[in-house]
Ligand binder design. Sequence first.
Ligand code: MN
Length: 371
Amino acid sequence: MEMLTIGAFAKASRLSPKALRLYDELELLRPARVDPDTGYRYYAPEQLEQARLVAWLRRLGMPLAGIREVCALEPAAAAGEIRAFWARIESETATRRDLAAFLVDHLSRTAPRNRSDPSFPGNPSEDTTMLELRYSALSDTGLVRPANQDTAYAGTRVLAVADGFGSGGAPASSAAVEALKFLDSEPLPAGSVLNLLEDAVQGATQAVQEVAGPTNEIGTTLTAMVWTGSQLALVHIGDSRAYLLRDGGLFRITHDHTMVQSMLDEGRLTPEEATAHPQRALLLKALTGGGGSAPAPAPDVRLHDALVGDRYLLCSDGLSAVVPEATIRDTLAAAPGPDEAAQALVRAANDSGGPDNVSCVVADLLNAESQ
Ligand code: MN
């Protein structure tokens, strides 16, 4: 077999000798032979393909450890790894895109307004109709668990569901929700939505750390919506969910922070496999105790445009894990008001065995005059 010098191999692979030496040092592409006397590197022609692959994976932004892994795999498995890597990037980008959209939206609304133009975003002239929430919150132990570690709350501005876990799960979920209630008691100062949300998120994070102590085995999910008067601000971490029923369609507006959801996103699981996965409740993010040096994971924060006639549902996994979304949609749509909807949904979870605590918050967005 004809070995190539590093110069010849560089020419053939169109990579620089410097890049090849770097790949060797990083253990991404070892030369087929290194002369023990001179230290010269020699490459086999079959290594050209791999050299190209390393260069392309670096261009893709894959970390070195990932490249090493991909290069050691059979083509089919390597393709799977690259697909999973890219799905992770897209999901991280989606989170940042939401944050960017949130900031753009917020700043457009607080920009100086052209009062004569009713279509200008955030112009008060489009907010002259007073909207308000009609709401109901219900939490139930279910039929199997010895205690209820969920907390559900609804007020004039704050809707929240928290699903506590670990030995102090109940105090953790109630602490997270308690930390948001201040938003209900005072009038919201104009133009301070970002500050208020940050305070709310910080407050909830700290409150959970205080009751959970030094362990991350104790904690809670938190899915909350704060009504600003024209929009709903969404705060979400964990696997509780927020749904919107609009024009008869049910839309999930939160993304589960679970291992199973990320495997679904990466194409490693089918939706059918996900519902039966033994570790489907394993959370990737939650508010927990511990603290320590690692920064607490940040909840997703988003502004959501609400319309008159919208019906929102916040629920713990005690509902979504056992009641199919089609049933949730039909039950939500059939109920005359939030009270009846929350009761019917909790009943549906218990009719399906009630294996977990179940919490439902239902809220309708109405014209103030229509109440
Ligand atoms: Mn639960």
